[in-house]
Design a protein around this ligand. Structure first.
Ligand code: RTP
Length: 155
């Protein structure tokens, strides 16, 4: 029996309102599940401007900031925490580039979108921001510790 390295990394993944309205939630979940990552928290939420301003605080001086807050607040988002080895960096690879036209086919953005202002999904860009974002969007009680029967085949 191989020894599993714990604790595993977590990332915050969020389907933006365009992804929800275009019916891409299932496709996105499917990709993370099939890769072998483990879903440990999930909810749908209509995010307030205050929450979004905190989430995107680093971008507050950008000209596109008001438009970004309006876009991500325009409808419900699906918030998720995924767990697994190197899930932050690997999740970003699965998402593709911020600008969808620079994203390779096979990535989520490379397969499903065109415009940077409608890029359907968010993923944490570092372990540090993942931890901050998970704490911003979820309470500790909303995160589920569970053991997958398939895990010995993934690791
Ligand atoms: P995200 O946080 O959503 O995963 O995106 P990211 O790290 O790849 O990109 P970041 O530079 O942090 O930008 C966050 C989101 O802002 C929107 N954006 N619009 N109009 C524009 O030029 C522009 N640039 C960025 C995108 O929705 C981007 O995902």
């Amino acid at each position: 029996v191989r020894v599993m390295r714990m604790p595993r990394e977590r990332t915050y993944i969020m389907v933006k309102p365009d992804g929800v309205q275009r019916g891409l939630v299932g496709e996105i979940i499917k990709r993370f599940e099939q890769r072998g990552f483990k879903l440990v928290a999930m909810k749908m939420k209509a995010a307030s401007p205050e929450l979004l301003q905190q989430h995107y605080a680093d971008l507050s001086s950008k000209p596109f900031f008001p438009g970004l807050i309006a876009y991500v607040g325009s409808g419900p988002v699906v918030c998720m925490v995924w767990e697994g080895t190197d899930v932050v960096k690997t999740g970003r690879k699965m998402l593709g580039e911020t600008k969808p036209l620079e994203s390779n086919p096979g990535t989520i953005r490379g397969d499903y979108c065109i415009d940077v202002g409608r890029n359907i999904i968010h993923g944490s860009d570092s372990v540090d921001s993942a931890n901050k974002e998970i704490n911003l969007w979820f309470t500790p009680e909303e995160i589920c510790e569970w053991r997958s029967m398939e895990e010995p085949w993934v690791y």
